[in-house]
Design a protein. Structure first.
Length: 417
């Protein structure tokens, strides 16, 4: 009797596992495949021995099938050696998943993650939605390593999501969807129905929010959240009310790749799995025997023209009006830079011309983040940061990637999230 029940149980598990693989039905047309190869090569070539290792890059190359075995080895080695104590919850979770995708034992990283998530609580009921991004990755990583013990932790996390009142954040919603779908698929048959109902309610909620962000051209949220959103929509147990045209999203993403919009290695790491029909739920199933000795075929698309010899003028304002901060300021400078320069060059030129525009950066997985301007520094506890805007519209890239146009008015505004 018990034997039959166990067999039945594993059969049912196997069924739920496969049902997650088949939903998304869109792919890169073979004529466009070289474009995808190009950005993967670009991403892999960003791996070097000096910068800190980026787990999302290893994750993406393992899901896609790595070209550079050297980059794969170097990243795996560096992530194995990374000190658990130096990492945030989200970084620890991504590192765990990246090592799993390289068929390495993440070791004590899993237990550390579990302890941290057992003690985790949001800073408040109206905590900014994006503060759930790291914890979502943590639930996903734990779900893949230890689903039974994660069940109560994930349930508490799901209730916290439900109670949160801050505006929806696309990237975070996508990551939470992957995490809770993983959990939903691993609820043991015969366990409390409460878990199933809870996860399915939260998933439904998030997925409806995601589907309201699907634009006419197929972009979901903004172009840089689309990769994670595609992963989310292709694994969910129930489709949203508004139908999603996966191929349309794919075609728009490919057009944007052609335009050179995916040049930041981290942006490539987040879109590549979807272009390969993979999701982060596939991490435990990656095969680690190199099957892919073939080198990629490069595309014939011209790369975007670099900086030219003519100069443009950019109007640059630094603004701090936050109450509670002593030193209020609002200063504007005109700077001349080579056409095609990134915003970072504008900031450097402003700093060179006038010491009030002095700034500092910190290194992150997305590259350099502007951490301090005119001696005023972002602070996680105060939730302050330097927001970058063009006119009144926030930029969707950082200073090291964004290329300003002539007479553009860029503002760095000290604000809160
Ligand atoms: C949370 C978050 C923030 C928080 C980070 C602080 C915090 N403690 O939570 C705040 C609100 C400060 C923020 C700011 C910005 N962000 Co942001 N952010 C995110 C989000 C939702 C999750 C990041 C995360 O927690 N990762 C998990 C941890 C484990 O990884 P991590 O590497 O340690 O995370 C750090 C970096 O991601 C860094 N970071 C966050 N955003 C950005 C943006 C840039 C350009 C850089 C260099 C670093 C950086 O802060 C994280 C915490 O320290 C991502 C979504 C995504 N898809 O990645 C967007 C995302 C990375 N952000 C984005 C953008 C555009 C910005 C801003 C440039 C917006 C603006 N107009 O000002 C600014 C940065 C400006 C500056 N000063 O340089 C884009 C980047 C796209 C791109 N191609 O570059 C993303 C992908 C959102 C999107 N879909 O468009 N962000
Ligand atoms: C990377 O750097 C370390 C020392 O910092 C060195 O021991 C190692 O051999 C280097 N690896 C490669 C592949 O260059
Ligand atoms: C998502 O949508 C639901 C309605 O379907 C709403 O109640 C909820 O507040 C939304 N969640 C977020 C985070 O915006
Ligand atoms: C900052 O200065 C600009 C002009 O230099 C002005 O248009 C803007 O209203 C000022 N903003 C604040 C908040 O004082
Ligand atoms: C800065 O540029 C703007 C627009 O190009 C112009 O109106 C303004 O007079 C310039 N200011 C200075 C101080 O040169
Ligand atoms: C053109 O821009 C560069 C920085 O990109 C700057 O060093 C140079 O002085 C500018 N030339 C003029 C004429 O302003
Ligand atoms: C920033 O602080 C340093 C050291 O406290 C000081 O020397 C410098 O003048 C300050 N710079 C600005 C722009 O206020
Ligand atoms: C700049 O930040 C202040 C303080 O958070 C805020 O009140 C203001 O609306 C922001 N300005 C822009 C243009 O976003």
């Amino acid at each position: 009797m018990a034997g039959v029940a166990v067999q039945l149980l594993s059969l049912l598990w196997a069924m739920t596992e496969t049902s997650t693989q088949t939903q998304s039905s869109c792919s890169v047309p073979s004529a466009e495949q070289p474009l995808v190869n190009d950005i993967q090569v670009l991403m892999e070539s960003s791996v070097d021995n000096t910068t800190f290792p980026n787990p999302s890059v290893l994750l993406a190359m393992n899901l896609a099938g790595a070209y550079s075995l050297e980059a794969q080895k170097l990243l795996t080695y560096k992530l194995m050696a990374s000190d658990t104590a130096d990492l945030t919850i989200g970084q620890l979770a991504l590192t765990t998943m990246a090592l799993t995708s390289s068929c390495r034992d993440p070791g004590n990283k899993v237990s550390s993650l579990q302890t941290q998530m057992e003690n985790w609580a949001p800073s408040s009921l109206d905590a900014h939605a994006s503060s759930f991004y790291g914890p979502s990755v943590a639930i996903l990583a734990l779900c893949q390593n230890n689903p039974e013990t994660t069940l109560p932790i994930a349930a508490r996390f799901a209730k916290t999501l439900l109670a949160n009142s801050s505006p929806f954040n696309m990237d975070t919603g996508a990551m939470a969807t992957l995490a809770l779908t993983c959990m939903y698929n691993k609820i043991p048959i015969g366990s409390e129905e409460g878990y199933r109902a809870l996860f399915s309610q939260v998933l439904k909620n998030i997925v409806e929010n995601i589907s309201t962000r699907i634009q006419d051209d197929g972009i979901i949220g903004d172009i840089y959240s689309t990769g994670l959103a595609m992963q989310a929509l292709s694994v969910i147990p129930e489709q949203p009310n508004k139908e999603w045209n996966c191929q349309q999203t794919m075609d728009t993403v490919l057009d944007d790749i052609k335009e050179g919009i995916f040049h930041n290695p981290m942006s490539i790491a987040q879109i590549l799995p979807s272009l390969k029909g993979k999701t982060y739920l596939d991490v435990p199933h990656v095969s680690c025997t190199p099957d892919h000795e073939v080198q990629p075929t490069p595309s014939n698309y011209p790369s975007p023209v670099p900086t030219s010899t003519s100069n443009i003028t950019v109007i640059y304002t630094i603004n701090n009006q936050l109450r509670g901060v002593e030193l209020l300021f609002n200063k504007t400078i005109n700077v001349s830079v080579r056409r095609g320069s990134v915003l970072l060059i504008v900031l450097e030129e402003a700093q060179r011309k006038n010491p009030t525009f002095k700034f500092e950066t910190t290194m992150t997985s997305w590259g350099l983040m502007i951490s301090s301007i005119n001696n005023l520094t972002e602070n996680v506890n105060d939730k302050t940061y330097w927001q970058l805007l063009s006119g009144k519209t926030p930029l969707n890239e950082g200073a090291a990637d964004y290329i300003p146009f002539n007479h553009e008015h860029i503002t760095a505004n000290f604000t809160q999230y």
